[in-house]
Design a protein around this ligand. Sequence first.
Ligand code: ZN
Length: 511
Amino acid sequence: MRKFNLAITIKSAANKGLEIYEINIEVDTINSIPQVVIIGLGDTAIAEAKERLRLAIKNSSYSFPAAKVVINLAPADLKKEGSSFDLAMAVGILAKEGAIKEFNGENIAFLGELSLDGSLRAIDGILPIISGLEKLGIKKVVLPSSNLKEASFIDNIEALGADNLSEVVCYLNGETTLKTLKQNVQDFLENEDNDFEIDFLQVKGQLQAKKALEISASGAHNVLMSGSPGAGKTMLAKAFMSILPPLNKQEAIELTKIYSISGLLDRNMPLITKRPFRSPHHSASAVGIIGGGSTPKPGEITLSHRGVLFLDEMAEFPRSTLEVLRQPLEEGTVTISRAQTSVKYPANFILIGAINPCPCGFLGDSIKPCTCSQYQINRYRSKISGPLLDRIDIQIKVQRLKDEELLNNSACETSAQIRKRVIKARQIQLERYKNEGIITNSELTPKLIKKYCKINEDTKKFLKNAINQFNLSARSYDRLLKISRTIADLEQKDNIELSHIAQALQLRSFN
Ligand SMILES: [Zn+2]
């Protein structure tokens, strides 16, 4: 048996949030009492790997070094977690021991957890890790077969799936091949069924609310709907998903990475092909919504990235939770800071909030009278602060349908018809903002508003009058221009006209 004198180095990788780090695993032996020592800031799961390694190697019929085995996880200053380094450590030991004859670890990385019997178990976070390894110039990665589908979506790296440790050893000794798979994300997106829970065709009446949602979808504007219980707010929010543009490849990969590190991917179909719709209950913890934990995990606002965060009964959420939404709503990202670490996650979602008009829910209702005092109503409304409301471009009332509207069967538009206009409006924005680093009107900064939302003198006068008349804040001026820009884009008009401003004013019905 050939003996190595030098330490063996095996490549692997770890994630901190969505950032990927290359980890080099060095294995060496010392003529001393047989034991395994793992150094380099590992957590308990890594410390427990000693026993897994010993048994997995023994149960795969290889001999374990009769010496002190030192495993160093480098770089040492990066905290490492979980069991994804098991395979790399086992390969290092077996290369050192000579079971793997000629090991060249230059362009190949190893990922996966070992069972005591030597079989390989899937790990979370494969897609971001593989995509990170691709950027680090790694050409091949050996991983558990059950992770192969997920790895198959990354273009320039060869993923090799193995069921157990023996297969990996045989492969490295040139005695067998491993499973490979390549899948094209675009194919999955093109074959997406466009099946949604609710089509706009099923939503009767509510023409104003539907128009507001079409404008929201076109410019990615946040929406707050106020209306009595049973007025149809939830149904409208769900139907909203059916008019959003389909995901593109980059967005699908981005979302799949988030769901991968959250352990929320379906192993049989590990690709997110639809925009997410998340609707956390108001009793959900702030960590659940914003993200957090000792290893900061994405919260609902990140899980709804590129999709919709629906907050039903928004006034019932703790004010402290709602206030934390302000930064992500402004920046499209969230930073979660812990004593040891800080992680940044994307959180670019459309917020759809639904509130009752008052605590009893029936203020202004056509059927039931309201039983609240003015004090109760004011207190209820103040739960959603001014600065938060400032980030919600569209604020509309949703009225309960009258009997004649419920019976009216006149044809409504299908979601597919509305979606076509939304897609067109988004294309116009993409083209207009291609050098600005934004993609939708909702992201326009005051500086960009000056550049792209020019209006003529008459229209300006009309807007200023309206702002005085309705006692709107200075911030409203910019917001009305942004919505007007979207309305003009929906009509494929280059300039914002007076009629667009008039329509935008109707989408601020709370004032
Ligand atoms: Zn009431």
